[in-house]
Write a protein that binds this ligand. Structure first.
Ligand code: GLC
Length: 434
């Protein structure tokens, strides 16, 4: 692997003018001037990966490069938030001459990238039998209008982490409902057992709708029905879901700064022992149980809380590999994708980083089970996971929801007004009557 480079150029594009989003500041490597064959004749494939995920993939790639001498992978470091990485890929594809051969893709990018014609259809390269080991929802997340555009390398689901030592000492069972969570959190805060009751991701970025969609499902609501394109954001269930989150801030259960937190801010505070409950993805587990973690051995993980009378739902996240249609090396890229989604690669990243595999067989792997005894229970969570709407306009729909949730949570708008505006703007986006 070539040492990964920092982005080298800055470009400013108005996506609004192109009808594709918002103004973004894009950092791109030089386009097609990047050498595609190294001086030793190896094929070099380029991919951009969010900065925090580079340590995960670097060793996998290096090991694969050591096993064969034809293909090298050049990693370009992207920003940490998924939507910012998506913006950079989008700008590269829109400008043409994209330098990327491989795309490391969040599940929510697939419909947009596929609809835009930026991805190679992989369906002819795989038989149904090749796909049987993969979890169905993750494969479905890679499909668009009959094509398969992404092979899943790791899955994700929003989970509730909690301090089992503090709950046990206070005689509480882990909460099932949002009401129980509020009550237990407040009680332990009043008793000064813990500083914060509940942490979640409230910043205006993709993590906000990912978190909100599971609270919404837990209140019996929905965002956009992908079949009918109905919008559910101005229904009472959505208002109740937003009020629950606002209540955690108003009651001092979550710090007011939660409206600026991404996953890592919340993970660090929880790991420092500053919070009782945390909504996050399973990657938190090995970090919070690391030798130097103050909460090592004292945490547990369970499905998300929900409103009384409803069912729990974690948001289905996850990442996978696709191939840019513009690549000059589709065969080499396909070899890379196969390796990066193989059992071997998935086992390696699961053991080192706690990422959930997309291959069912790995949920029976003894080494994985020894390290993560809770993994099989994750399969149940994944089966009932809630999707963010798999529609081509997802990035814009997400942007609308992010803006209005953020306005309500930071008290710039009332929850009712924010959700009405979000619903109407979303309907306009989808060409529905408001
Ligand atoms: C995780 C999920 C991804 C989601 C992102 C939001 O990386 O896997 O699907 O979009 O978090 O921050």
């Amino acid at each position: 692997m070539k040492h990964f480079q920092s982005p080298t150029r800055r470009r400013f594009l108005s996506w609004a003018a192109l009808g594709l989003g918002w103004v973004t500041q894009a950092c791109q490597p030089s386009p097609r001037s990047t050498p595609k064959k190294t001086s030793t004749g190896e094929i070099e494939l380029t991919v951009m990966i969010g900065a925090q995920e580079i340590p995960t993939w670097k060793p996998v790639i290096e090991q694969w490069e050591a096993q064969q001498s034809q293909i090298r992978i050049n990693i370009i470091e992207g920003p940490t938030a998924t939507n910012l990485v998506e913006d950079l890929y989008t700008s590269a594809f829109l400008l043409g001459e994209s330098p990327y051969d491989l795309i490391f893709m969040d599940i929510v990018w697939v419909p947009k990238f596929a609809a835009a014609g930026w991805l190679l259809d992989l369906s002819d390269r795989l038989s149904e039998a090749d796909l049987t080991d993969f979890l169905k929802a993750d494969v479905a997340g890679g499909r668009y209008e009959g094509g398969l555009y992404r092979l899943p390398a790791r899955t994700d689901a929003g989970m509730l982490f909690y301090r089992k030592d503090l709950l046990a000492a206070a005689g509480y069972q882990p909460p099932e409902t949002t009401l129980e969570l509020l009550k237990i959190a407040q009680d332990l805060q009043v008793q000064k057992k813990v500083r914060w009751g509940y942490l979640w991701q409230g910043r205006q970025y993709e993590g906000l709708p990912a978190m909100f969609v599971e609270v919404l499902a837990g209140y019996g609501g929905f965002w956009i029905n992908p079949e009918t394109q109905d919008v559910g954001l101005d229904r009472p269930e959505a208002l109740n879901a937003l009020r629950f989150l606002a209540e955690t801030i108003a009651a001092g259960i979550a710090p007011s700064g939660v409206t600026t937190y991404q996953e890592e801010e919340t993970r660090r505070m929880f790991q420092n022992g500053d919070a009782l409950f945390l909504r996050n993805w399973p990657y938190v587990w090995p970090l919070a149980n690391a030798a130097d973690s103050p909460v090592r051995g004292n945490i547990a993980i369970k499905p998300m809380v929900h409103a009384p009378g409803f069912a729990s739902a974690g948001c289905l996240g996850g990442w996978g590999w696709g191939i840019a249609k513009s690549t000059r090396h589709p065969e080499a890229a396909w070899q890379a994708v196969q390796h990066l989604c193989s059992s071997l690669a998935q086992k390696q990243i699961a053991l080192s980083y706690g990422y959930l595999p997309t291959r069912r067989s790995l949920y029976q792997d003894t080494e994985i089970l020894q390290k993560y005894p809770f993994f099989p229970s994750m399969l149940t969570v994944l089966e009932s996971a809630v999707l963010r709407p798999p529609i081509a306009q997802y990035a814009q729909a997400s942007d609308i929801l992010q803006r209005y949730l953020s306005a309500a949570l930071s008290k710039r708008m009332s929850p009712d007004q924010a959700l009405k505006s979000a619903a109407n703007e979303t309907r306009r986006l989808l060409g529905k009557k408001t």
